[in-house]
Write a protein that binds this ligand. Structure first.
Ligand code: MN
Length: 308
């Protein structure tokens, strides 16, 4: 779904007091996950426990799989939050304890609300695994409010063709609207609390200004290229997380005039939940008692088992 954005002045660019500055820039960390799949983890890290409501951001790979190598994330549980998988390259296949299954290719998004819990597997798709190839994507974990932690698990499997892409009038920037909205273009994915998830591709000389309510926590992640971020236009390159301060209502991202390759960047923001977080690996609840109960449920098979 492609469209051209309307010519519209969304902000008086001279009013820089409304632009957010940068709290920190941090390189993501190479971490083995699943059965040895290398991810680049932005957070949690030494300096960032979470960015309420966001709990984790992993760049999966890029990993070049040999034929038959098939590395991934075999059967594991989740309870109390949402996992969002966004594929850039390669093909994943998922299965879960409720009998659901599906495939995810380049540009596809899976928005999975684990809610009261399930066991699932995320592995390279069979045919893809046979021949091997590059796997690359992102996984974001979003916390659920106390009242949503016990809801029935839910999937939104959205193919790339359904995800709106906006091109700016000068043609220098394109925006994939995964969640939330860019100007008047709304995402097809529904979220339980307000979330913004955009993928920007900027050519040399492009600038985008995204309105984000001041109390929302916001971060960007550079997939490729180099960009200028925030009020002070700090230069940041690939595999870096950029956390914005809550000191303004607009986020600015631009690409320098003489850039040789496009800037690809994810921009994520959300309304904080301001609730206690007690996490034990793939379980995120509000109290220690709820975690203890969850571990007992898991041991007794009450979170489920993949049986096909
Ligand atoms: Mn998982």
């Amino acid at each position: 779904m492609e469209k051209i954005g309307k010519e519209r002045d969304i902000i008086d660019k001279s009013d820089e007091t409304k632009y957010r500055s940068i709290r920190l820039v941090e390189k993501s960390d190479e971490t083995p996950e699943g059965d040895g799949f290398i991810v680049h983890r932005s957070f949690p890290s030494q300096s960032i426990r979470n960015l309420d409501p966001f709990l984790l951001l992993d760049e999966m790979g890029p990993l070049d799989l040999l034929p038959q190598e098939g590395r991934g994330f075999p059967d594991h549980p989740h309870r109390g939050f949402v996992t969002v998988t966004y594929m850039l390259e390669g093909k994943f296949e998922h299965k879960d304890s409720q009998g659901n299954s599906g495939k995810l290719g380049p540009g596809d998004v899976q928005w999975m609300t684990a809610g009261s819990g399930l066991v699932h597997s995320e592995m390279p798709e069979k045919e893809f695994a046979k021949s091997g190839g590059r796997l690359h994507g992102f996984q974001l974990w979003i916390n659920l409010r106390k009242t949503d932690k016990w809801i029935k698990p839910d999937y939104q499997d959205v193919s790339s063709t359904k995800i709106p892409i906006v091109t700016t009038p000068n043609g220098k920037a394109s925006i994939k609207v995964i969640a939330g909205n860019y100007l008047d273009t709304k995402a097809v994915i529904r979220t339980l609390t307000p979330i913004l998830y955009l993928h920007f591709t900027l050519q040399a000389g492009a600038e985008v200004i995204q309105p984000v309510p001041k109390n929302y926590n916001a971060f960007a992640y550079v997939i490729s290229g180099k960009g200028l971020f925030g009020k002070n236009k700090i230069t940041v390159g690939e595999k870096n997380l950029i956390v914005f301060k809550n000191d303004g209502e607009y986020l600015s991202i631009s690409e320098s005039e003489n850039a040789r390759s496009p800037l690809n960047v994810l921009l994520v923001a959300g309304m904080p939940l301001n609730e206690p977080i007690v996490q034990y690996g793939p379980f995120v609840m509000n109290t220690k008692e709820e975690i203890d109960k969850t571990l007992e449920d898991y041991r007794n098979g009450r979170i489920g088992k993949i049986e096909f």
